[in-house]
Design a protein around this ligand. Structure first.
Ligand SMILES: [Mn+2]
Length: 360
């Protein structure tokens, strides 16, 4: 992305820093560093002050950072990163340092306190995450591209899926197709849960053989240029008994209802409640054991949440999932998940995959 995209983000962060009464802001979270500077390395330390942006890196990443964000002051540290941070803060006569309390470990906080006794460390929350919720036009294009890549990979995999394969083989095949479609990797460990294993909502693929008649939950995502996709489909190999077909139809109804309520201004909790109530009509609410959805972007799970534990109102430009599930322990599980862009009057889906249960 062009450098001009990062300038406004840094400026906005500096405004948020001023509002939080901190002169400097420190993060070591790779998604935040990437969002603010374009640096894609998996380890580093970013210090933003009102007068500049410093990336403190070890020798593995300095050349990369100079190429990816030439406008940033790249500092190669030897020894411990806290020394470079302390030097910058002392040189700038900085006393109030904001840091992300949810991202930094206790030991790192202690090391920083020891290295810079004259600096007051101020815990902050959601400083960068709050900015990342609403995606800009460029980010939305990246999310659309990730969604298309995931669709392509899943479609290629599903043509090859057959009874007798293990869950691991299916996951490997899907991940191979992701890479072929342009992904740099997955956004999380691919979930393939067949038969009774499908009732484990986050049971990653195992060596279990998928049998004819199994219902299979496949939850997968690509990482394409740092942006994540998230989608779940449930497929069945072979004809299914009426109760399975009926349960799946009710689940689809519930997901459709959830999607239909997504729009800017909607209460995230009320959408979760509506979907839960819909499942309750069929006696299935107690088998839906997780939140309805979550934000997606540079991280697979980010703000906002669609659950009972939130007061968030959806905003246009957020990307959220809608993923109700029904898990019958010892029998089977089902989940259907789409990721969508919230718009003023509805949503734009990032996934176009079929929701037909029984594979042809
Ligand atoms: Mn999800």
């Amino acid at each position: 992305m062009e450098n001009e995209a990062y300038g406004p983000r840094i400026q906005k962060l500096q405004e948020r820093m001023a509002a939080a009464n901190v002169e400097a802001f420190f993060t070591l979270a790779p998604p935040s560093m990437r969002y603010l500077t374009g640096f894609t390395g998996e380890e580093g330390y970013l210090l933003v002050v009102q007068g500049g942006v410093h990336l403190i890196l070890d020798g593995r990443f300095t050349t990369q950072a100079q190429e990816e964000c030439p406008w940033v002051d790249v500092i190669e540290y030897t020894g411990h990163f806290t020394r470079s941070v302390a030097e910058l803060l002392v040189a700038g006569h900085t006393h109030w340092l904001g840091f992300e309390k949810e991202r930094i470990s206790f030991v790192q906080a202690e090391q920083m306190r020891t290295a810079m006794p004259s600096v007051v460390m101020v815990p902050t929350e959601g400083m960068v995450e709050g900015m990342r919720m609403v995606k800009d036009a460029h980010e939305l294009d990246m999310m659309r591209a990730a969604g298309r890549c995931a669709d392509k990979a899943f479609s290629a995999m599903i043509r090859q899926l057959k009874a007798g394969m293990t869950e691991n083989e299916v996951a490997a095949l899907l991940e191979y197709e992701m890479r072929k479609a342009g992904a740099q990797g997955t956004s999380f460990a691919t979930i393939v849960g067949s038969g009774a294993r499908g009732a484990l909502p986050h049971g990653i693929a195992s060596s279990k053989v998928i049998e004819h008649g199994d219902v299979v939950v496949i939850d997968f995502g690509v990482n394409e240029n740092g942006y994540m996709s998230d989608c779940t489909r449930t497929v069945a190999l072979g004809e299914q008994p009426a109760d399975v077909l009926e349960t799946y139809a009710w689940l689809l109804d519930a997901q459709q209802l959830g999607l239909s309520l997504i729009r800017a201004g909607a209460s995230a909790r009320s959408i979760d409640t509506a979907v839960r109530n819909k499942l309750k009509e069929h006696g299935l609410a107690q088998y839906f054991t997780h939140g309805l959805g979550h934000g997606v972007g540079l991280e697979i799970h980010e703000a906002p949440r669609l659950s009972q534990g939130t007061d968030a109102e959806l905003q246009a430009g957020e990307v959220v999932t809608c993923e109700p599930g029904v898990y019958l322990p010892g029998r089977y599980g089902m989940r259907v998940e789409d990721s969508v862009i919230v718009t003023a009057d509805g949503f734009e889906s990032l996934t176009q995959l079929s929701k037909e249960l029984v594979l042809p």
